[in-house]
Design a binder for this molecule. Structure first.
Ligand code: ATP
Ligand code: MG
Ligand code: FE
Length: 344
């Protein structure tokens, strides 16, 4: 099926077009530059940027794919989770197109789309597949039995998202937003064993209760205390060493719990998604530990890992192919849409 996908859950305005598992167009505009001076995504600013970027992205996607909205079999749009005001822009646009062109409309789950996008790169998803989604807004460990009908949440962050932790620690180190790529780069010249930072929820009662969950706010506080302490002692901090030690703490826990979840649930395949999947150290840890455990790792290219419209279209296309009924035209923006709900 030929499907148009629309994404507007955070700071990317994405319009993608796919045919089956073939990627035809993926037009993305990001408002990240407008959020730099605030050090994080400002919902109101993001919503306004979606309004401005939507029509240009729709036109670009149609031109790139050489198809028009009139040709598609269905329209898919992110229904949640995400920022309500941002989601509403994409949803309003999708409803307008669905009505104007008389197309079925699928309100889909953003997290499941992050997993499904891998079909565009590596083909059909083997089942069961585990997925680790790590971005500025989410940190989830999922088990996918069927991307169109059965997805379970195994674990998630109990406080900050992984990307958020990178961004906050970068700020403590005086590095600009978004901090993930900055820390990744600085860490290459640092010693990851220089400072022993805590690994959240990995031992004792915490591990029993939160086997697949993550916590990064204690780690962030530990970095803040380290920086303050060094300043008080009149010592200059080593940004590369702090960056490398922090990054190792995050990536060690993410990879260890993910591989554990795969083994516990008999998942022989693992998909990574979200902006933090670009992190060199995370890739290294995951690939090394997964290969020891006999697990195949599938990492889509960076443009498909971060938020985009093609991932929405990819899930829409899988749903149409399976004969899943479309959503109602009054589908909502659901900021906390559960992962078990694949279609609104
Ligand atoms: P959402 O959470 O809705 O998916 P988002 O905009 O918060 O959207 P992405 O665009 O997927 O998330 O990713 C951005 C996040 O990824 C930022 O927090 C950024 O710091 C982080 N990031 C990007 N590259 C790297 C990297 N190489 N290492 C670590 N973190 C990174
Ligand atoms: Mg983003
Ligand atoms: Fe996302």
């Amino acid at each position: 099926p030929l499907v148009l996908g629309i994404e507007s859950s955070c700071d990317e305005t994405g319009v993608g077009i796919v045919r089956g598992t073939e990627l035809l167009a993926n037009a993305v505009a990001s408002s990240v530059e407008e959020h730099v001076r605030f050090g994080g995504v400002v919902p109101e600013v993001a919503s306004r940027a979606h309004l401005e970027a939507f029509v240009p992205m729709l036109e670009k996607a149609q031109a790139d794919a050489g198809v028009s909205v009139a040709d598609v079999d269905a329209i898919a749009v992110t229904s949640g989770p995400g920022l309500t005001g941002a989601l509403l822009v994409g949803i309003a646009a999708a409803k307008a197109l669905a009505i104007a062109y008389d197309k079925p409309l699928y309100g889909i789950n953003h997290l499941v789309a992050h997993v499904c996008v891998d079909r565009l790169e590596h083909g059909e998803l083997p089942e069961p597949t585990a997925a680790l989604l790590v971005s500025g807004g989410h940190t989830n460990l999922l088990l996918v039995d069927d991307v169109t009908s059965s997805v379970r949440m195994l674990g998630e962050t109990i406080d900050d998202a992984a990307g958020e932790a990178f961004d906050k620690v970068a700020r403590l180190l005086g590095l600009p937003y978004p901090g993930g790529p900055q820390i990744d780069r600085a860490a290459r010249d640092g010693d990851p064993t220089a400072i022993a930072f805590p690994r959240g929820l990995t031992s004792g009662r915490d591990m029993e209760k939160h086997r697949y969950d993550f916590s990064f706010s204690g780690l962030k506080s530990a970095v803040a205390r380290h920086v303050e302490h060094e300043e008080r002692m009149g010592r200059e901090i080593s940004v590369p060493d702090v960056a490398a030690s922090f990054q190792d703490a995050v990536c060690d826990v993410l990879s260890a719990k993910t591989v554990r979840a795969c083994l516990d649930h008999g998942a022989k395949h693992l998909v990574l998604g979200g902006g933090v999947a670009a992190n060199q150290r995370l890739r290294h840890f995951v690939l090394e530990r997964a290969s020891e455990a006999g697990i195949e790792v599938r990492i889509p290219p960076p443009v498909l890992c971060t938020d985009n419209g093609a991932m929405v279209a990819a899930l829409g296309s899988a749903l149409v192919a399976k004969g899943v009924a479309p959503s109602s035209l009054d589908l909502p923006a659901d900021s906390s849409m559960p992962v078990t709900q694949i279609v609104a």
